[in-house]
Ligand binder design. Structure first.
Ligand SMILES: Cc1cc2nc3c(=O)[nH]c(=O)nc-3n(C[C@H](O)[C@H](O)[C@H](O)COP(=O)(O)O)c2cc1C
Length: 262
């Protein structure tokens, strides 16, 4: 484990993801080699991936690319305002569709928030939640907390409000009968898929949970069974880093989590 982290830290240059013309480099997990016959990321009119059953194998270089992707997937809060092309937005949607979900229920429900008024309302909910969170910090941490940047709502060109349907018909309840939380776990996995594909495109994602869940559910007027999960700010990052911002600015160092044998 330690070797892996050390190895990752020695990578000096960010990966060259975002080269749209090199399929293998952009989508190292795809078995497709030619850009023109790309089936893994088809045209936007044909968003279903059916590569067929069979053995899937990956080369060392692809494994290396995956590690680089994981290493450079960091939460981003500083965005350029340049738009995210619709074709890339569709790839992010497909990334979520490829996620595992309990009972294959796909319980994530997404709003692409484009209205400036709605964004301002979300930012308002953030400001209130953030003020309350700061008051709950121990006094010696409050000043440092105040200086943290915990969202990019004012600048991120693409914003998604992510909810979870806690009573979806799909899946017929399989896998969640005794563990209701698996629906929200499924949504989290879909968000992580989006995180990784966004990074592979050169985009950054900032996850925002400093929000009042009930307030978000009211603002978006969601059905009663939907719970607010996360707000995503997405866009081209002003800078990239392979260390978490909270580590970089001294709030919380990265730590590895040991596995216990039993
Ligand atoms: C469920 C969840 C909620 C998060 N909420 C916030 C948030 O409200 N504001 C923020 O700045 N970062 C948020 N983050 C990002 C974490 O701070 C970040 O993942 C952590 O510091 C590690 O950094 P990294 O993602 O760059 O590795 C959230 C992350 C997760 C998984």
């Amino acid at each position: 484990m330690e070797d892996f982290f050390l190895k990752c830290r020695t990578i000096e240059q960010p990966p060259k993801f975002g080269h749209r013309h090199n399929h293998r480099e952009c989508f190292p997990w795809s078995s497709v080699t030619s850009d023109s016959s790309c089936r893994a990321w088809p045209g936007i009119d044909d968003m279903h991936m059916h590569a067929g059953a069979g053995m899937m194998e990956f080369a060392d270089s692809e494994r290396e690319s995956l590690l680089r992707l994981l290493t450079w997937r960091r939460d981003v809060r500083h965005f350029e305002t340049r738009e995210v092309p619709p074709v890339v937005v569709q790839q992010l949607r497909l990334a979520m569709d490829l996620a595992p979900s309990v009972g294959n229920s796909r319980p994530w429900r997404i709003f692409q928030v484009e209205s400036q008024a709605r964004r301002l309302a979300v930012h308002d909910i953030f400001r209130q939640a953030n003020a309350a969170a700061m008051q709950d910090q121990v006094p010696e941490k409050r000043q440092q907390y105040q200086q943290l940047k915990l969202e990019g709502i004012e600048t991120a060109p693409l914003q998604l409000a992510v909810f979870t349907d806690t009573d979806p018909t799909a899946g017929y309840g399989l896998g969640r009968h005794s563990m209701a939380g698996t629906l929200e776990q499924s949504t989290a996995m879909a968000v992580q898929n989006l995180n990784l594909v966004a990074r592979a495109q050169g985009l950054g994602v900032g996850m925002v949970s400093v929000l009042n869940a009930a307030g978000m559910e009211r603002l978006f007027e969601v059905p009663q069974t939907w719970r607010f999960s996360l707000y995503l700010c997405i866009g081209w990052p002003q800078f990239t880093d392979d260390l978490p911002l909270l580590h970089r600015n001294g709030w919380q160092e990265n730590q590895t989590v040991a596995w216990e044998s039993c």
